[in-house]
Design a protein around this ligand. Sequence first.
Ligand code: CIZ
Ligand code: SF4
Length: 302
Amino acid sequence: MAEELLQRLARLKRERHAVILAHNYQRPEVQDAADFTGDSLGLSRRAAKTDADVILFCGVHFMAETAAIICPGKTVLIPDPNAGCPMANMINERELRKAKEEHPDAAVVCYVNSSAGIKAISDLCCTSANAVAVVASVPAGREVIFVPDQSLGSWVAKQLGRKLILWPGYCPTHHRLLPEHVEAARRAHPGAEVIVHPECLDEVVAMADHVSSTSGMLRYCAGSDCREFIIGTEIGMLHPLRKQNPGKTFYPVTTLSDCPNMKLTTIEKMVWALEDMQYRVEVPRDLAARAMAAIERMLALG
Ligand code: CIZ
Ligand code: SF4
């Protein structure tokens, strides 16, 4: 059954001239069926370079939308239209416009975990991999409104010793990971390094040996002399870490950090998506152009 589904997927991929992208947080079998895996921005940039007509984006909605913005002309499909991101939904355009009116000289930096509409009214976009550099590019005297993740924003503020106006959004999955889970994991694996994502609670971030994005975790663990790691992020991340570092051991801080939206993608739904050419993720041209401007300002920083 599983083998037959994978064969159907491979055949449909050829027929549709599609490329399959899977985020680091997807189910292991979904990541294994993808042409590329990685973080949201890395995947979109990869997709832009391929000559595929169709992008099957296995992730959550804002990621597929980002691919649609970066890859105009390609058809972007998401296997389950309900795969949203609760954090991205914690801000809307009306609220952000109001904050901008209250701070008319401020620069708005939006985390990639946001809708095209939010990106379009932001000055700069950032990912967890480049958030510090992006905020640092705003002249020191200028206020910064950082949306929507207060945890990432608070970590960036500490790195730069700079006060930021933080939006009260957060990732429910990363906030399920608590200081007592880190303590218990350290007791169980005293030789391991603790690596956490900046979407985690401030108290958890403060306990870590290293804080980084998912792409940063892959680089860090490959380069570290340590053989054991305790990983504090969405648990799908353990799959690429284990696959790329067969000689090393990875433990989750807790298995509670499991994002239900990320796990909506299954191999069956991927097959159906390519069969029926749905669900399409489209961003109106002028909105995409404005959102792309915030992404381009980020990319220009290198
Ligand atoms: O940008 C991404 O893919 C996210 C949401 C996390 C990360 O650290 O890569
Ligand atoms: Fe959103 Fe958090 Fe799930 Fe990522 S892990 S999609 S930030 S809810």
